[in-house]
Design a protein around this ligand. Structure first.
Ligand SMILES: [Cu+2]
Length: 486
């Protein structure tokens, strides 16, 4: 990257932006007074003993003041809506007690954590029934990044996320810890969980708003706040932006086209910082950006926008001068070379509405669709066969691993795609070549992250195996999942 390059481009193919979809719901201004942006508290551990840390995560129902008047019935993790932020560190052994206080079965999926599947990872094989709990443990072994937790009980993932289940996970490590990034949580380092919702007499009504191609809402929320305002008290602020929507793509920019610097994507810190004025996130993607407010003066305000709609406001206050310059090179990205003799895997996302398929099939919880040996490096061609005219972007997500993006239809990946990813938006008519390595054993999901597509069955399973450690997995059927044991 030349140091002068400032990208002013969403990179994606404009003809397949979600706003061209027949069922597109435009965002509207919410007639709601500005309010302080909700910055979720950090979840406190139950216990810390040396390198072992214990947490309880409770999926619960509650009420949240989102709009003036009646509160909204919402769900959250240790909160009435969304959840407390979970801060994890590479190398630590975690014990997590998951409690379900909701009236229906759920699971707790750690999106972006490379932990064993299918139980620890929290996909559909790991139900937690109402009034019950589940205990998992894992040692974290991965670089610093912004991840998240959300439910994954196919076919009810989309509705449960709509109801409010989602929380940011911040992974830290010693390498990121030495980089000159803001990291004072809540002050100059905040999660920005982007979602859109509609309300009916102040209540959510998923069935009323349901769209098979991904449910869209009329109003923008950040961390559950409509028209949120964040008080800027430091020159540089790090935004951990997460697309937590069921479907909507966010095309983000500032109201005055202010530049910002992307420093990380889904799988951690980018090899080089990328200067930009625009960034697009498809469902479940993350981008960490640093915004330098040094050119503003106290009292100024600037808005983060998606398309032409404000997302949130930054109110500039007093701050000390900060002349930190980011290094041109941030981290080394491991140079994975494909394991000789292994063919390119091909996976195909096809259809729209009720015709979505992955590799020509619907999801079957008891079918393992492919296998990859842990430690091997395999290239995959991920194809979206939708027509450019009238098709859509399908965000492809893999559990249990990260991947590198090698090319898009043979062209170089976007400038902010040079780090590790776990979700990649695939344009209509496009084949994205990715390089995949699993380090942990398990049966893992890979799927479209438009949650309604996933629930319809645009999902499949891969076993990451080691011939020296054969495993037997008990794979639930969907009926098993939905049947509460006595
Ligand atoms: Cu899709």
């Amino acid at each position: 990257m030349s140091e002068q390059t400032v990208y002013n481009n969403y990179f994606y193919d404009e003809p397949v932006y979600d706003l061209h979809d027949g069922g597109y719901v435009p965002l509207e201004h919410a007639d709601v007074p500005e309010q302080p942006l909700n910055v979720p508290a950090v979840l406190k551990p139950d216990k810390v003993d040396g390198n072992d840390v214990w947490y309880t995560i409770r999926a619960q129902a509650g009420e949240t003041q989102i709009l003036p008047g009646q509160k909204t019935k919402t769900w959250g993790y240790n909160a009435s809506l969304l959840g407390q932020t979970i801060v994890l560190k590479d190398g630590v052994h975690y014990h997590v007690h998951i409690v379900n206080d909701l009236p229906e079965v759920t699971t707790l999926h750690w999106h972006g954590l490379n932990i064993p599947g299918p139980i620890t990872d929290g996909g559909p094989h790991a139900p937690v029934y109402p009034g019950k709990s589940r205990d998992i443990e894992f040692t974290l072994n991965q670089p610093a990044q912004t991840d998240w937790i959300h439910p994954h009980p196919c076919p009810n993932t989309a509705r449960q996320v709509w109801q409010g289940l989602a929380a940011a996970v911040v992974v830290t490590d010693d390498i990121e810890g030495k980089l000159p990034f803001p990291r004072d949580y809540g002050v100059d380092d905040i999660p920005v969980v982007l979602q859109d919702r509609s309300y009916h007499d102040n209540q959510l009504d998923y069935d009323a708003d349901y769209d098979m191609d991904g449910t869209l809402g009329k109003y923008m929320l950040v961390n559950g706040t409509i028209n949120g305002v964040f008080d800027v008290t430091t020159q540089r602020v790090r935004l951990r932006m997460l697309n937590g929507a069921d479907r909507r793509e966010y095309r983000l920019h500032f109201s005055d086209d202010h530049e910002f610097t992307q420093i990380a994507s889904d799988g951690g810190v980018l090899p080089e910082p990328v200067q930009m004025k625009k960034v697009m996130l498809t469902a479940a993607e993350r981008a960490e950006v640093i915004v330098d407010f040094g050119d503003y003066k106290p009292g100024d305000r600037v808005q983060l926008m998606t398309d032409d709609m404000p997302v949130m406001t930054f109110a500039i206050g007093d701050f000390e001068r900060d002349d930190t310059v980011l290094p041109a090179h941030l981290v080394d990205i491991e140079d994975w070379q494909p394991t000789p003799g292994l063919p390119v895997e091909k996976t195909v996302m096809s259809g729209m509405d009720d015709e979505v398929l992955l590799d020509g099939k619907l999801f079957d919880m008891q079918r393992i669709d492919r296998r990859q040996q842990v430690g091997t490096v395999v290239d995959w061609d991920v194809t979206n066969t939708n027509e450019m005219d009238g098709g859509m972007i399908h965000p492809f997500h893999m559990h249990g691993c990260h991947f590198l993006i090698l090319s898009r239809n043979g062209h170089a990946p976007y400038p902010n795609e040079h780090g590790f990813k776990d979700t990649v938006g695939v344009n209509a008519g496009e084949t994205v070549r990715i390089r995949v390595k699993f380090d942990v054993l398990g049966v893992f999901m890979y799927h479209c992250h438009i949650l309604e597509h996933e629930d319809t069955g645009m999902m499949a399973q891969i076993e990451a195996y080691d011939p020296d450690q054969p495993q037997t997995y008990h794979l639930l059927s969907m009926d098993d999942l939905m049947t509460k044991p006595e």
